[in-house]
Design a protein around this ligand. Structure first.
Ligand code: CUV
Length: 642
């Protein structure tokens, strides 16, 4: 049995460390300790294990030792490329399903069948116009219905190109994808096709499989990220800057604590609404009120629109339960560790699953559909209230640290903030600062935390290095939580920034009545990486260039999920370099590694050559920052900037 690691090596977050000690004292297993005990499979981690038929599993040993082809004759390049495409398809399918749920909800709202009200009519109108719909003379529900139908077409149509790709893609990127024959028709068709091409006896050309991965990245980007964000903004409002709190200290002993975990805000928003309505019941139970806290991307959705505090991010999702003061954790889809139920079974916490295709054995299931959103949310909150009396006071131990952070930086909010500096031409100050080098470039910090690596350390170290070099940082997902916990979503974090970046963010902040803008702007959940793409599209269009020409990059130092690979592929398809700090499990094939990571001068066919962006794999965050900075400088030079 492998040794457990010192808790100081598991997370930067002292509250998480405190809970890990508690877990060990109580004999409770957590993801961090399971990660220490788990040996990585040498074949699986390099992508060379093929399990696509019953002749195998076959695996190709590295270094030319042993068989160099599977029983069917697949070589290592085909096996690795095929596994990569399968991974990306899983990621894209997750986001497409998320978007489809929201599109379906909008249709029901428009038909008066679901208890939500459309919050951003202006955005609805602009989306409708972008989709080529006639808006004049139509009321909001009519428009919402037509937009929902256009969205659902992206899961049904048999010809042409996905509507959302034409709505949100940058023209120069679309031109390139069309030339390469990569445009997706509809999300479900492409996902089914990817499953069919990765089956035994299907596609056996590694280069072709990798191009299939790019199409899947486009499915994720448009029928996942963009569609989700657009329709969620319509339904729940477009985020505006908010101030909120981070870390386990947001859990309050005197309150009924209910955490919301997962991804789709349809559930999360309703839980917040009902928590507000049932305060009296909580008081009857002896609590002072109801405290909803966020975990992972549901946490981000609620933070961005409502300023709901965030308890923790992915790797430490079991820790809120270990405080002994969490009455319930309600979940929907994605990134939910089944391990939460094992921990909860040692406490009074009730885990509540809500969707028929994402249950956990042992958990309570309260089926959530949009039609019965109110009944379900009421039941969930009442369950939390009823659990308050079941607490064991001896087990309560809540870490006290809390940090303050700003979030809510939608593109609309960023543009509005810039208008305070230049009302007529808001992007001008930003573009000028990039042009004269005051801002070197921009990087989106995205993705997760991973129990195998010290939580938050890669995300924080990389961003400190970038802002020191005057790179503007935007952030999403659990990576943004890392920054929030360590002061980088607060103006105080500017002490780590280079002089010229600090000056610019101070000027913009002060024009908006704040001491300064934070060094990293929190743009939302993982699907809100669409906001990053929108910002890049706006900048590229302003300059009349392609996104691939911009001095920008994406970075994902601590990911764990295939979704990160599909989102990354979407950005690479747009010509944006994407760094990952965790092994993408393709190293078994030199061909695949070269296509994805080599510069265009160094290999005949690369994503760098086809799209202008490449994958960068580097585990050390400081070295990764250096590579990113060099690529940014290279792109600046190509634009004639120094
Ligand atoms: Ni979708 S994908 S751990 S919740 S960011 Fe969080 Fe974000 Fe990664 Fe999951």
């Amino acid at each position: 049995m492998k040794e457990l690691r010192d808790v100081k090596d598991l997370s930067m977050d002292t509250g998480v460390q405190q809970m890990l000690v508690k877990a060990r004292n109580e004999g409770i297993d957590t993801a961090f300790d399971r990660a220490s005990k788990m040996t990585r499979c040498g074949f699986g981690s390099t992508g060379v294990c093929c399990k696509h038929c019953l002749e195998g599993p076959c695996r190709i040993a590295p270094g030319g030792k042993g068989p160099q082809a599977g029983i069917c004759g697949s070589n290592v390049d085909t096996i690795v490329a095929r596994n990569f495409l399968v991974n990306i398809t899983e990621g894209a399918a997750s986001h497409a399903e998320h978007a489809r749920e929201v599109a379906h909800a909008i249709l029901e709202v428009a038909e008066g069948k679901a208890p939500y009200t459309i919050q951003d009519e202006e955005k609805l109108k602009s989306i409708a116009e972008g989709l080529g719909l006639v808006t004049e003379g139509k009321n909001i529900n009519q428009l919402a219905r037509e937009v929902a139908h256009k969205a659902l077409e992206d899961f049904q149509k048999q010809h042409g190109t996905m509507n959302w790709l034409k709505l949100r893609g940058q023209a120069k990127s679309i031109e390139n994808w069309e030339k390469l024959g990569l445009l997706p028709v509809n999300a479900h068709l492409e996902i089914a096709k990817a499953m069919a091409r990765t089956v035994m006896g299907g596609d056996a050309d590694p280069a072709n499989l990798l191009l299939g991965a790019v199409t899947m990245g486009l499915v994720d980007g448009f029928a996942g990220l963009h569609m989700s964000t657009d329709l969620q903004d319509v339904l729940f409002g477009t985020p505006r800057a908010v101030k909120a709190k981070y870390r386990l200290g947001v859990i309050r002993e005197e309150m009924v604590n209910l955490s919301v975990h997962g991804h789709i805000p349809l559930l999360a928003e309703k839980v917040v609404e009902w928590a507000g309505k049932l305060t009296d019941k909580a008081k009857e139970a002896g609590a002072q009120g109801i405290n909803v806290v966020g975990v992972c991307c549901s946490g981000n959705e609620l933070l961005m629109r409502k300023g709901v505090p965030v308890a923790t991010n992915y790797a430490s999702q079991e820790m809120p339960i270990l405080t002994g003061a969490l009455e319930a954790m309600v979940v929907d889809i994605q990134c939910i560790m089944p391990g939460i139920q094992t921990v909860a079974s040692c406490y009074h916490t009730e885990i509540i699953t809500t969707l028929p295709y994402a249950k956990i054995a042992g958990a309570t299931h309260v089926e959530f559909t949009t039609e019965r959103a109110d009944e379900a949310a009421r039941e969930i909150v009442m369950r939390a209230i009823n659990n308050f009396k079941k607490r064991d006071p001896k087990k309560i131990n809540i870490p006290q640290e809390v940090t303050e952070a700003y979030a809510g930086f939608s593109v609309e909010q960023i543009v509005e903030a810039l208008k305070a500096v230049n009302a007529v031409d808001p992007l001008k100050p930003l573009v000028e600062a990039i042009a004269n080098g005051e801002i070197l470039g921009a990087v989106a910090l995205v993705g997760c935390t991973n129990p195998r690596v010290k939580q938050d350390s890669g995300n924080v170290a990389l961003v400190k290095e970038l802002i020191k070099n005057n790179v503007l940082v935007v952030a999403t997902g659990c990576a943004a939580h890392s920054l929030g916990k360590f002061g980088l979503l607060s103006p105080d974090g500017l002490k780590y920034a280079g002089d010229s970046l600090r000056n610019i963010l101070t000027v913009i902040g002060q024009a908006n009545g704040l001491p300064a803008l934070p060094p990293a702007l929190h743009m939302g959940s993982c699907v809100d990486n669409s906001r990053v793409a929108d910002l890049l599209t706006a900048l590229a269009n302003y300059l009349g260039v392609a996104i691939k020409d911009l001095p920008v990059a994406g970075s994902c130092p601590e990911t764990h999920h295939p979704k990160a690979l599909s989102i990354g592929t979407f950005f690479i398809a747009n010509g944006v370099d994407v760094h990952v700090g965790v092994d993408p499990q393709v190293s078994g094939s030199a061909l695949v590694v070269n296509v994805l990571t080599s510069d265009k001068e160094n290999f005949p066919v690369t994503t760098d050559g086809l799209f202008g962006g490449k994958l960068i794999y580097e585990e050390d965050p400081v070295k990764a920052a250096e590579i990113i900075l060099n690529r940014i400088k290279m792109k600046r030079q190509a634009l004639g900037l120094n």
